[in-house]
Design a protein around this ligand. Structure first.
Ligand code: FPP
Length: 247
């Protein structure tokens, strides 16, 4: 049985063979622009287009949760013009997201520390979350000012405060208790981490949630990434033998 529309002729995976939860590191925008003699910002603009296309494709394939790495806690170290360009893309995506994903049953959420972001972006984020909250389809987590270590520190502080207030005993600090205090809260673990661009790193992305994830690295820059590439990644995942520490 095929799931959703077929972009790849040989794509014929059953729903249970698909990863339910995918993390995508949208890497290679800068190199894509450089290859064309363009400023890096143009790469991010092309990357934002790919993001919209691939998110829709994942939804059509029946994926339950997709998390994209849009801006990390370390990305503030980039030149100011590049940071501003990414924030502008985010702003315009948020303003247009209702149009972009108008016909999609996608619920948008954001993970990361929003407090250093400009107020108008924070407002747009809250609006996008509220206006899609009742949707029942795929969850799209957009990671902004997100870092896996920062997320765990945030959860540890929340647990410490609860213990201090007498609402939690130290014995109740379990893996499940930590998971439920991460930005991803009640979401299941990540099944597949996908990183295009030929780099083989996790870069502080979903480090807790991806403890037993499969990794697919592809040698294509994110702006060039196609629906067929996504299908290839799903097929690679389906061919893996996941053992979760067992035999
Ligand atoms: C990594 O490539 C990409 C980023 C740090 C930014 C990703 C942002 C977008 C795709 C656009 C905005 C997102 C949304 C949700 C609208 P890189 O710049 O590190 O590439 P390089 O390794 O080739 O330099």
């Amino acid at each position: 049985m095929s799931t959703g529309k077929s972009k790849t002729p040989s794509f014929d995976l059953r729903a249970e063979e698909l990863p339910a939860n995918i993390g995508i590191i949208m890497d290679g925008n800068g190199r894509w622009a450089k290859k064309r003699g363009l400023p890096r910002q143009f790469g991010h603009r092309a990357g934002a287009k790919t993001f919209r296309k691939i998110v829709k494709h994942c939804e059509a394939r029946g994926i339950k949760i997709v998390t994209v790495y849009a801006f990390s806690t370390e990305n503030w170290r980039r030149p100011e013009a590049e940071v501003n360009a990414i924030m502008d893309l985010l702003r315009s995506h948020l303003k247009e997201s209702l149009l972009d994903f108008k016909n999609e049953n996608i619920r948008t959420r954001f993970i990361g520390d929003r407090t250093p972001l400009s107020e108008d972006i924070q407002d747009l984020m809250a609006e996008a979350e509220a206006s899609t909250a009742d949707r029942t389809g795929m969850i799209l987590n957009i990671a902004i000012n997100y870092g896996g270590q920062d997320e765990i520190v945030h959860a540890a502080k929340a647990l410490a405060a609860e213990v201090k207030e007498g609402n939690l005993s130290p014995d109740e600090i379990t893996a499940a208790a930590i998971s439920s205090r991460l930005y991803t809260e009640d979401q299941p673990p990540v099944d597949l981490i996908l990183r295009p661009s030929g780099e083989y790193r996790l870069s502080n992305f979903l480090i807790w949630q991806a403890a037993y994830a499969e990794y697919v690295f592809m040698d294509v820059l994110w702006p060039d990434f196609t629906e067929e590439d996504m299908d290839k990644a799903l097929m690679k995942y389906a061919g893996r033998n996941r053992r979760f520490g067992g035999v």
